[in-house]
Every structure is written in structure tokens, then in C-alpha cells.
Design a protein. Sequence first.
Length: 528
Amino acid sequence: MVPASEHPSHTTSKKFWLPIALLTVFYLLTHVLSLTLLPVFADEAIYIRWAQLIMDEPGRYLFFALNDGKTPLFIWLLLPFQYLFSNQLAAARVVSVLVGLGQMYLFGYLTHQLGGRVKTVWFSMLLISLLPFWYFHHRMALMDGLLTLWLSVALIFVIKLTKPDTFSEATLWARRWLILGLGLSFGLALLTKLPAVLSLPAFGLFVFWPSKISFKTRFQLALQLGLGLGLGLGFFGLLKLNPAFGQLFSRGSDFLYPWREVIFHGQWRQTLPNIPTYTSYFITYLTLPILLFSLTGLFLKTHQRTFHLLFWAALLFLGPICLLGRVVYPRYLLPAALFLTLSAPLALQTVLDHWAQVRHQLAGKAILSLVIAILIGNTLATSSVFITQALSNTTAIPFVPADRTQYLTEWSSGHGLTETVALINQTTQTTSLAVATEGYFGTLPDGLLLYFHNRPVDGLYLEGIGQPVASIPSVFSDRAKNFDRTWLVVNSHRLRMTLPPASKIAEFCRPDAAPCLQVWDITPLIKN
């Protein structure tokens, strides 16, 4: 047991709170600076537009996300910030920054609940501020950070229900509140993103945390956990009152293979070979030393049961994704990073505690200290490089290949959108303009439309016409004839029309010689 005087909850001195304040300032500075330097990503554009549509017609669009297989909580959280900021992308990303700040505090509390002392709590909070996996997703207007936040809250209630040295001390009334808290937090996780359901086996594993209890007591513990998680599922089930609930599961096949196809038709031969790729995501974004610290915990005698719980909880979350995954991006794996990151500082604390008690081994202590210093230095250096590039040169961010493709080089990257918005604003000051874009939603046209919300656009008509662009639909052409000029905004690799080279107004190319965003003047084509 850790002495009460060493626990954060019993420490009120400046020696404890000053580092917390400094960590908060460090977090905010590194996360808010250059927040919009990376252009808007396709999913961000969609979420922001949905929030703006709710602002315009809440009765019609409040649950619109269900139609695209998304739960709406994150979209709802974007709403107030769209009113507070003039830059819509910054407004949305600030939500994730605040989510990350909450995650940092929660992570410190979780570390404390698992036996971490004050300095271990500080170190764990620093990891949330620095590690690329956490840093990047706390600067993007995506659902995964909020999902992991609610799962972290749920994990707190799971720990309080099952913690070996305290679970038997809680009164029946207190346990009821813990069950309700678990149900609410897990329900909010489900309202944020459906993959929250993958955490059920991970949370259920904590039934085996206490080692010396009777079968009856463990069964009661399982019932309490099940009741809490069941309440969360019931809370989520309230969405069934909305007519669009059936659409919520319509997009699953885009990302996962049907389990029957995987098990009975051999599709696992395609999915399981991707495990080394998923492992590389953790090595790159959590850094190899943090993973090594996490794995070290499995072989430590002190608190070994806790380290095994955290490790296997991560694997239980990852298992269905590895087995069924059709399209898997690193952000889908962020909740598993919660368990792995938690394990690392606790393992480091245990190793240092063990060697502090060993006498007459000065050489061994010196070597161990050097190894730990090198490993921590590697993590700090790797994270610093990532953060520096994110704040100054996004094209040089050391992404894994999958992320480099989606955030920098493919159609999903919003490179050139703000420049195109500036061109449109400049042109519409003197003439009316109709703009056709490739696609129907996503990077185009949502990535443009989000910047014109609640702004005077009487002389502007902007609409998506699908992709690839081989012709201009008559519906758009007929309306565009009422405007002085007509433009086409399209990615170079999705343009199937032959247009006069002189009609190209602008071109904004992505890194690595990737496709360019092009702006064409097609006024003669429309007028004729």
C-alpha cells in the first residue's frame, strides 16, 4: 500500500499542484499553437457541416449523423464552439484540445488509482501531452479522442468496483452510484462512437482482478459490472426512438468484414497478416520504449496481475479489429493505447522501487539508470520531433504510411481549400459565382461550405456534382446560367473532362507529388 501522505488526493502542497499547473500550460501551448496548420481532413469537414446544419435546422438535422452510421454526441459538442469562433475549423479542433486536457487529468487520476505515486502521476500526464498517438488526435476534430475519454471515465468506475484492496469496503449504496456512473459513462462512449462496444470484454476482464475471493463474490462482482455496462447499452438504446436508428449499422461493412465470412470463408487469411502493420502504428505513435515498459510489467512480480489485466484488456479491444478489419486506420486503435500507456509509468515505478531496495549492486543500478534514461530520452526526442513538425511543417510530420496518405496526399486531405475560399471571396465581391465541386460530401464540397456558413453569400452558389468529374450535370448547369461566372473545383486525378489549359485559374498541389486541387473557369462551357 502507498502511504496516504504520498497520494495526490492527500497532497495539497505547492509541490504537487505546481507541476500540474505547468503541465496544463505546456499542454495548452503545444496543442493550441498552429492548430489549423494541417488542412481540414475529410471526416472533420463532414462533422463540422453536420453541426452547422443542426444550427440552421435542429429539428431536421439533430440526429442526421445516424444516416451515415455515426452516433451524434461529438457533433452536438461542436455546436456551441461554432458560435464562439470565426474560424470554423479552429472551433471544431478546440473541442478535441479540451477533450485531451480532460484526458490528461483523467489519466493522472487513473494512474493514482492503480497505485501510482505523485511523480508517476506527473510522468503519466506528461505522456498524454507528448506521445504522438495522443497529441495528434487531441488536435483533430475527430470522434476517437472523445470516445477514449468516455472509456477512461468508465474505466475509473470499473476500477473502483473491482480494485482488490477497496472493492469489499464499498457500501451497497456507494456501489449503486458506481454502477450508475459506469452505465452513464459507457453509454456516452457509445453515443460518441459505436466501437465503444469493443471495450466490453476489456472491462469484463477486471472481474478477475481480485485474486483471493470466493466464486460467489466474484459472481456478484460480475453481475455488478454487467449491470453497469448493461445500463450503458440501454442508454444507447434510447436512440432507437429515432426513425433513422436502423441506418446506424449500415456502414459497418465499409470497415469490417462479416464475421461469418472471416470465420467460415477464410477471410482471416487477409486480415490477420495486417497485425504487423497495426503493431507498427503503436511503435511509431506510442514509441518503442513505452511499449517496452508496458511489456516489462508482465514479468514483474509486484502488481503483476494489474499489468496483465491492462495488457490483455488492450488485446481484447484490438482482437475484433485485427480479425474483422477491412479498412483500419491508426485512430481506430486509440482506445487500446489507453491500457498500454497506463501500464508504462506504473511498470517504470515498480522497476525503480525494486532496484532502490537492492544493496551492493551499484554497477547494476548504474546500468539500469542509463538504460532507462536512454529509453525515456528516445521517447521525448521522438515526441518532440513529431510536435515540432506539427507546429511548423505539417508535410514533414512523421506519419505512418496510412496516415500520410489520408491526411496529406489523397483527396481526403484539404490542401488548397482555404486558398480556394479566398479566391471565391475575392471574386464574389464584384461578380456572382457558381462553383461545382467533385463529390457530394466530405473534403469537397463540405470542406468549402463550412467556411461560408452564416456569412453573406448572395452571389455564390456552391454544389457537389459527384466524382469522377466527366461532365457537368444539367441540374447544376441550368442553375449556374443565372450567375456571371462558373468554376469547377476538382482533384486532378478525378478530372475526366478535357478543358482548355488557359481556363485553369489555380492549382494547389499536395506533398510528395500527390494529386493537386485545381480550380477551373468553365463559364464558356456552361453558357454554351
